[in-house]
Design a protein around this ligand. Structure first.
Ligand code: NAD
Length: 340
């Protein structure tokens, strides 16, 4: 039987990606909506066949406890609101799939994990790259040492932000700038492809003086992660340059390259290595599957069958610890060790 989801926040990612993906899914369905805009909620409910009695506002949300059609929530609100809605959902006995970044600090991430553990509900962070078939293939090739041992990773996710008034540029709602929003993709993916956690980080941050977009949050971050195996990952992110997303793993006898890497659709995977006497580059064809559908069905399966989560709350906590160390490294001008 399908897991029924309450969608919390009817913004870009819910309406544009996750709700259409749930409609295509095998194990999930939308059974409730939570929105501050009643007219929008009614329209979306009609579109998705959601019972009007299962529309909630942020104020009436706690009544979801009494709705047996809802087993889980999907939280797609500004980052600093994820904690509150995770805790309220857990108190209502609902499993939680929250968007990335999990929250805005390691302390908040730990509180979310504790709240879900106390309530006996599952907690997953929506790291969609773990379900993108090309990313999965790049991780498989890297971990299998298909081209020998990995040595260097180069990752980037960059965008040029518009409206200075948007919530992503407000510290209280976003928690930070380019790093937690988009730099998090290559940061998280580096640990995923290597299947290990970094042991230290060193970082630089720069924001253009006088640019109204970067009054509260940072513009650009460059950081280097050192892994116990010896791999160095150089990662760049910015809110001030034209869109670009790429992720490259350089191993002893070849490389894998995702470019573009972090799109909803149209990512490309290529590999390079010596073939005979020549350097060969080859585009890998990987079956196209919707990463959001795979992600939500993975969570639904875990809810129904208690299968292990690929991207649990603990992964979100670890990434928040790394991001806190990145900010600290830039501030103190030194390398910061990460324990365990
Ligand atoms: P959005 O601005 O389009 O939507 C946010 C929603 O939250 C809106 O419906 C808005 O009305 C509601 N909201 C409630 N209180 C608000 C407040 N005080 N201020 C602003 N909005 C408020 O944002 P989005 O792009 O859908 O992002 C939502 C979350 O999803 C973020 O955490 C973001 O990082 C994440 N996200 C993930 C991906 C992905 O690929 N996994 C992509 C985009 C966004």
């Amino acid at each position: 039987q399908r897991v029924g989801y309450a969608i919390i926040g009817l913004g870009a990612i819910s309406l544009g990606q996750m709700m259409p993906a749930i409609r295509e899914s095998k194990r999930s369905r939308i059974t409730a909506l939570v929105s501050g805009d009643p007219a929008k909620a009614r329209k979306v409910a009609q579109q998705y066949g959601v019972d009007p009695s299962s529309i909630y506002t942020y104020d009436t949300f706690d009544q979801i406890r009494d709705n047996p059609a809802v087993q889980a929530v999907y939280i797609a609100l500004p980052n600093s609101m994820h904690r509150e809605y995770t805790e309220r959902a857990a108190r209502a006995g609902k499993h939680v799939l929250t968007e990335k970044p999990m929250t805005v600090s390691p302390e908040d991430a730990q509180a979310m994990i504790d709240a879900c553990a106390r309530a006996g509900v599952k907690l997953m962070v929506a790291y969609r790259a773990h379900f993108e078939p090309r990313h999965v293939e790049a991780a498989r090739l890297t971990q299998a040492h298909a081209f020998g041992r990995p040595k260097i990773i180069q990752g980037e996710f960059v965008q040029n932000m518009g409206d200075p008034e948007q919530w992503r540029l407000k510290r209280a709602l976003a928690g930070g700038g380019a790093l937690p929003d988009i730099g998090l993709y290559p940061l998280n993916f580096a640990s995923y492809v290597l299947n290990e956690q970094p042991s230290s980080v060193v970082a630089n941050i720069y924001s253009t003086p006088g640019d109204p977009r970067f009054r509260e949050v940072e513009e650009s971050v460059g950081f280097s992660l050192r892994f116990p195996s010896g791999v160095l990952a150089q990662i760049s992110t910015s809110y001030g340059a034209h869109r670009s997303g790429r992720f490259r793993v350089m191993s002893e006898r070849g490389w894998t390259d995702l470019n573009p890497a972090f799109q909803y659709e149209g990512n490309q995977l290529s590999v390079g290595r010596r073939v005979g006497q020549q350097e060969g580059t080859e585009q890998r064809t990987v079956e196209n599957k919707n990463q959001f559908t795979l992600e939500v069905d993975h969570f639904s399966q875990a809810v129904r069958e208690h299968t292990p989560l690929k991207t649990p709350g603990e992964m979100g906590l670890q990434d928040h610890r790394i991001m806190a160390a990145i900010y600290r490294s830039a501030q103190e001008g030194r390398s910061i060790p990460l324990d365990g």
